[in-house]
Design a protein around this ligand. Structure first.
Ligand code: SAH
Length: 213
């Protein structure tokens, strides 16, 4: 697991590309400039790690496209010490970015294989404070809530009520909603009963599935 000058150079270029594509939050760009994405992919695919593309990881899942990670993280507007829940740990890359922004990260994965490999990798990289759970994300993580921020990194057919209920007042949920192509929703909890809904761009995610595997 080395991070060479070459990797760093490719990462800088990727970050420039993200800036050109409209990402403005310098803290997000800085985190993405620092975290070696190639370490989250299989060795054989190092060369692909700094293309702005999603990429297959184990268990038929994908590590999200860097632009998507940057876009969602920007929408989430994370502040230091925020309690953040991620649904869909996958490779662990998004969780690591959130931790680098100073968040207290809780992340849920429904596939055992991914949960276990992310746990090993994140620990190896020094992110031992990220708390990982092998669970069904549809239920959220009630015993650790409420959360300042919740981010769902799989395409959801609808917005699960438990996730809305686990938001603090003023909290933000970012979730891609739709069957085939998803619309990015940002939901802000305004009061016990009121939620403000904003619709953003279109994306394509692997599906948000029920149950564990
Ligand atoms: N955030 C990840 C992206 C992974 S792709 C990364 O940075 O690499 C989406 C992930 O969501 C997959 O790993 C998939 O297994 C997981 N997922 C899908 N439905 C889920 C559910 N109900 N609960 C938890 N994880 C789920």
């Amino acid at each position: 697991m080395t991070d060479s000058y070459r990797h760093q150079g490719m990462r800088r270029q990727l970050v420039d590309e993200l800036r050109q594509k409209g990402i403005r939050d310098e803290r997000v760009l800085e985190a993405m400039n620092t975290l070696p994405r190639h370490i989250f992919l299989d060795n054989a695919f190092e060369e692909w790690a700094y293309q702005d593309q999603p990429f297959p990881i184990a268990a038929g899942q994908t590590i999200s496209q860097p632009y998507t990670v940057a876009y969602m993280t920007e929408l989430l507007d994370v502040r230091k010490r925020d309690k953040v829940l991620e649904i869909g740990t996958g490779s662990g890359y998004q969780a690591a970015i959130l931790a680098m922004l100073g968040a207290r990260v809780f992340s849920i994965e429904r596939q055992k294989e991914l949960y276990e490999s992310a746990k090993i990798l994140l620990e190896k990289l020094g992110f031992s404070r990220i708390r990982l759970f092998f669970r069904d994300g549809y239920k959220g993580l009630a015993e650790f809530g409420p959360f300042d921020r919740i981010i769902v990194t799989a395409g959801a057919p609808y917005i699960p009520e438990p996730l809305k209920q686990q938001l603090k007042i003023g909290g933000i949920l970012v979730i891609p909603v739709g069957e085939d192509i998803q619309t990015m929703f940002r939901i802000t909890r305004r009061s016990e009963t009121e939620f403000e809904e904003e619709k953003k761009g279109s994306f394509r995610f692997v599906p948000f599935l029920g149950g564990t595997k």
